[in-house]
Design a protein around this ligand. Structure first.
Ligand SMILES: NC(=O)c1ccc[n+]([C@@H]2O[C@H](COP(=O)([O-])OP(=O)(O)OC[C@H]3O[C@@H](n4cnc5c(N)ncnc54)[C@H](OP(=O)(O)O)[C@@H]3O)[C@@H](O)[C@H]2O)c1
Length: 275
């Protein structure tokens, strides 16, 4: 669904997980458009690199080193931007993954994914809505949730990750409707497999339906769609989109397609971990 074009120039906002991958790439995109950004993550060195890159393309930034799974982290983010006159962008990007059979998963990994991918964005969004609403009076504020294609087609060995990403998508959708008329635009991104550090420990390739797209291509599609005012931004390649459509009309056909690949997929993803 498309409404109006969205002005992405001179945005002032928060990007979680801005030290690498999709978060850093988005920081550069908003920096290039003259943005001022709070870069959040756990690692000072990578956030500092992002800040340098943002400055090189014409943006400005501040850094907050914070583990978003820790108690009080959201309050620290809120405190950091409390003095900003304008806050019209929130990118809920930080996320982690641990693949594997559910019964072999540790409780700590399950809790880490639930906390970082779902609870932290909900708490952070809740804390930022008053400022986003206030700043959105003129040209609108943006909440951008980085979900995953796995929110549209649940994949074996990713049950918990899928739960967090599907949860984030429905959270965004509900909130979008709740915020109609407030000037806050809520958009959700569904990246398919994208070539970032998160995927380095995953060995499933195109033969198993996990062909990766280059990060630059994904970001170009994402920014084009966001600028066009889209709410549901799907950057998956066509093969995966066909499966997404089939999952709506005939989910058991998806089960049947996946069944012969189960053993190979389990082997290919058994080391996939970014926690
Ligand atoms: N790459 C893909 O194929 C793909 C596909 C679909 C969706 N996604 C989603 O896209 C988002 C970005 O993924 P990516 O591929 O760019 O991942 P990535 O390369 O692993 O980057 C994740 C970022 O999140 C930060 N982070 C991790 N744990 C954190 C914590 N506890 N507190 C604060 N920050 C934390 C990391 O920095 P520190 O380690 O320094 O904290 C890092 O900057 C994630 O939500 C992911 O689920 C990715």
């Amino acid at each position: 669904m498309t409404l109006d074009n969205l002005d992405l120039i001179h945005r002032r906002g928060i990007i979680t997980g801005a030290g690498q991958g999709i978060g850093r790439a988005l920081a550069l995109e908003f920096g290039r458009r003259g943005g001022h950004l709070l870069l959040v993550g756990r690692t000072l060195a990578t956030l500092t690199e992002t800040a340098t890159l943002v400055a090189a393309v014409g943006g400005t930034s501040e850094i907050l080193v914070a583990d978003l799974t820790a108690d009080g982290a959201v309050a620290r983010v809120a405190d950091t931007v409390a003095s900003w006159e304008v806050l019209d962008l929130l990118v809920n990007n930080a996320g982690n993954v641990r693949a594997g059979r559910l019964e072999l998963s540790t409780d700590a990994d399950i809790q880490s994914m639930m906390t970082l991918n779902l609870i932290a964005p909900i708490l952070l969004t809740k804390a930022m809505i008053p400022a986003l609403r206030k700043s959105g009076q003129h040209r609108g504020s943006i909440i951008l949730g980085i979900s995953s294609g796995i929110a549209l087609v649940g994949m074996p060995f990713y049950a918990v990750y899928a739960a967090t990403k599907a949860g984030l998508s429905r959270f965004d959708e509900s909130l979008r409707r709740e915020l109609i008329g407030t000037g806050i635009h809520v958009a959700t991104v569904y990246p398919g497999a994208t070539d970032t550090a998160m995927m380095t420990s995953q060995n499933a390739g195109a033969d198993l339906g996990w062909g990766r797209r280059p990060l630059d291509d994904v970001i170009t599609d994402l920014m084009t769609a966001l600028e066009a005012g889209e709410h549901e931004i799907n950057t998956a390649p066509e093969g995966r989109r066909a499966m997404q459509r089939l999952n709506v009309t005939d989910p058991l056909a998806v089960d049947a397609a996946i069944a012969p690949t189960l053993e190979a997929l389990e082997r290919a993803v058994r080391d996939h971990r970014s926690i």
